[in-house]
Design a protein around this ligand. Structure first.
Ligand SMILES: *Cc1c(COP(=O)(O)O)cnc(C)c1O
Length: 234
């Protein structure tokens, strides 16, 4: 199959899979957004997927954001940053994205706030929580999440939309379920303890191999790379 045809077939299969998972969970597929995770994917292939109607793109590296700018020009899509954001890359990332899903420290929130003040702009953000307690992974610890969420919410240039996590990486997708359940529990606790003032509607969780479980646990956004674009180079 041609690459374009394969991407289109993968997108169709993905929609069916999400619809199936939503039915099983008693949810409406319209409540689950798909974000294309496009690290290492060239712009022309991303464009093929965007033309099927998927509008959200997530990049992990600031450099790839810039490189793919021209190839995505004119397409109806929105870009998010989903990788670890180093403080010295804040200015660059703000040029390309409308949402940063990886806020993991007060320091990063402060840098963004200051820069956005200068630009007189705002941006959507998610707080990234490390729900699997793996040392290698970024994100605020589950214990520190509530404090960071409240700090971020106080910064008026950051529009806090919700939470993001990366599930425990494993061959058995079922092992990611506790991660996803705990992200939702953190959200529910904060929502409750703020009397609903902090809604945190977005739960960005679930990837190609475990999105069904994330949907069962309440994901409102799944981030999908491999299932649309095929296996990446290691
Ligand atoms: C790569 C990546 C994904 C998608 O992973 P796949 O297994 O290819 O679907 C999702 N989220 C983040 C943060 C990623 O880096």
């Amino acid at each position: 199959m041609q690459i374009d045809a394969r991407i289109q077939a993968n997108v169709t299969a993905l929609h069916e899979r999400i619809a199936h998972s939503c039915r099983a969970a008693g949810r409406d597929p319209a409540d689950v957004d798909i974000l294309l995770a496009t690290k290492q994917v060239p712009a022309d292939r991303i464009a093929t997927a965007v033309r099927t109607g998927i509008r959200l793109i997530g990049e992990n590296k600031v450099q790839e954001l810039a490189e793919k700018d021209a190839g995505l020009a004119g397409l109806d899509c929105t870009r998010h940053f989903i990788g670890h954001l180093q403080s010295n890359k804040v200015n660059q990332v703000l040029r390309h994205v409308s949402c940063i899903q990886s806020i993991d420290s007060v320091d990063l929130a402060d840098r963004l706030q200051r820069r956005l003040d200068t630009l007189d702009q705002t941006i959507d953000v998610l707080v990234q929580v490390n729900t699997s307690a793996e040392d290698s992974k970024f994100g605020v610890t589950a214990d520190g999440a509530a404090d960071l969420i409240r700090e971020v919410a106080r910064r008026d240039r950051l529009r806090l939309r919700g939470l993001m996590t990366i599930g425990l990486p494993s061959d058995d997708p079922e092992l990611a379920r506790p991660s996803y359940r705990s992200l939702r529990a953190i959200r529910d606790d904060v929502r409750h303890s703020t009397g609903g003032e902090l809604r945190l509607d977005v739960l960005s969780m679930g990837m190609s191999h475990d999105l069904d479980i994330a949907i069962a646990e309440g994901a409102t956004m799944v981030r999908v790379g491999t299932a649309v674009f095929g296996t990446r180079q290691a």
